[in-house]
Design a protein around this ligand. Structure first.
Ligand code: FAD
Length: 295
C-alpha cells in the first residue's frame, strides 16, 4: 500500500526529523528514533537542506534506519534547486536500493550568493521528473499563510494545483500556530478543486529565539496568544515546554474534531515532546480512525 492510500483508512500521524551534521549526532538521532517508535507514527520524514547543509548520504542513512531497522515507512525530502537531474536520479536510485519509496518534493530555499543549478526551478518540475522515474509516492509542501515569495493568494493556489497535477498525491503544510489559517486554506483548495489529503504541520514551541527565527525564515505570523507564551516563559524552559505542548495539543484537538486528514509533527529531533503530545491525543487518533473504518 502506498502512503497516500493510508489516508483512506485512518487519521494519519507522521513525524519529521533532520539529520545532524556529525556521525555522533546521527547516532544520537537513531536513539531518538528508537524512542519515537513507541508512538507508532505512520511515517517519518527526513529533511535534506537544499543548499547542501545536509548531505544526501545522511538523509539516506537516516531514512534507511527508519525504513529497514524500525520498519516504519520513511519519506526522504528531495529539494531540487541545487541539484542536477543526474544528481536527483542518483539520489532516487540510492533510495530505491534502500527500499525507501516515498519522497517529499521541494524547491528548497535560494541561498544568497549561491546560484541554483536551474534544472528544477520549482517543485512541480521535480514532481514531474520523479513521477516519470516511477516507483515513488510523492508528497509536496503547501502554505496556509501563503508562501513568502508568492505574489498573491491566487497564484499560490494556481501553482499548487500545478504541483499536484505534476504528481504530488499528498500535501504537508508549513507550520502554523492559528488554525484559522488552515481552515481558510482548505476552503481555497476546495474552490480550486485540489483534492488530495492535506496534513497539518504542527510544531511544539520550546524556545522563543527558535520560534522567532522560524517565523522570520518562513514569513508566518505568530498569533498574539502564542507571542504571550513566548514572552512570559522565555527564561523558564520547563514552563515553556508545558505551555508549548498544551498549545500544540489544543491545535491538534481542534483540527481532529474538524476532520483533518493528518497531523505532521515537526519534532525538532525531540522525542520527549512528541511523546507528550501523542499521550495527550492518541485516543482522538484512534477514534477518528475507527470512524473512518465504519464509514
Ligand atoms: P514551490 O512549490 O516551487 O513554490 C515556491 C514558490 O514559487 C511559491 O511562491 C510558488 O507559488 C511559486 N511557484 C511554484 N511553482 C511555480 C511555477 N511553475 N512557476 C512560477 N512560480 C511557481 N527546504 C529544504 O531545503 N529542505 C527540506 O527538507 C525542507 N522540508 C520542508 C518540509 C515542509 C513540509 C515544508 C512546508 C517546507 C520544507 N522546506 C524544506 C522549505 C521549502 O524548500 C521552502 O519553503 C521553499 O521556499 C519552497 O519550496 P516548495 O517546494 O514549496 O516550492
Amino acid at each position: 500500500m502506498g502512503l497516500t492510500e493510508l489516508f483512506d483508512k485512518k487519521l494519519v500521524f507522521s513525524l519529521e526529523v533532520f539529520p545532524p551534521h556529525t556521525a555522533v549526532g546521527i547516532e544520537h538521532l537513531q536513539k531518538t528514533l528508537v524512542d519515537l517508535e513507541q508512538i507508532k507514527p505512520d511515517f517519518i520524514s527526513v529533511t535534506l537542506g537544499a543548499s547542501g547543509i545536509t548531505k544526501s548520504e545522511d538523509t539516506i542513512k537516516v531514512a534507511d534506519f527508519i525504513q529497514n531497522d524500525l520498519k516504519i515507512p520513511a519519506v526522504a525530502h528531495v529539494p531540487g534547486l541545487y541539484q542536477s537531474k543526474d544528481e536527483v536520479r542518483r539520489l532516487l536510485d540510492a533510495l530505491v536500493a534502500h527500499d525507501v519509496k516515498n519522497v517529499l518534493v521541494l524547491r528548497g530555499d535560494a541561498i544568497k550568493d549561491q546560484i541554483p543549478i536551474g534544472e528544477f526551478k520549482h517543485a512541480d518540475d521535480l514532481a514531474a521528473f520523479i513521477k516519470e522515474y516511477g516507483t515513488f509516492d510523492i508528497a509536496g509542501a503547501c502554505y496556509p499563510q501563503v508562501h513568502l515569495e508568492s505574489t498573491s493568494t491566487v497564484s499560490d493556489i494556481r501553482y499548487l494545483k500545478r504541483k499536484v497535477a505534476a504528481g504530488v498525491s499528498h500535501l504537508i503544510t508549513q507550520v502554523f500556530f492559528d488554525n484559522k489559517h488552515f481552515y481558510n486554506f482548505k476552503e481555497r483548495l476546495e474552490l480550486a478543486d485540489i483534492d488530495v489529503p492535506v496534513e497539518a504541520g504542527i510544531m511544539p514551541c520550546t524556545n522563543k529565539k527558535q520560534m522567532e527565527r522560524i517565523a522570520q525564515i518562513t514569513g508566518i505570523k505568530l498569533p498574539k496568544k502564542f507571542v504571550s507564551i513566548l514572552s512570559r516563559y522565555e527564561n523558564k524552559p520547563l514552563a515553556m515546554r508545558d505551555a508549548g505542548i498544551a498549545f500544540a495539543v489544543d491545535q491538534i484537538v481542534d483540527l481532529i474534531s474538524s476532520g483533518v486528514d493528518g497531523i505532521h509533527l515537526y519534532t525538532m529531533n525531540n522525542a520527549d515532546n512528541a511523546k507528550l503530545i501523542w499521550q495527550a491525543t492518541h485516543t482522538l487518533f484512534e477514534d477518528a480512525t475507527e470512524m473512518k473504518t465504519m464509514s
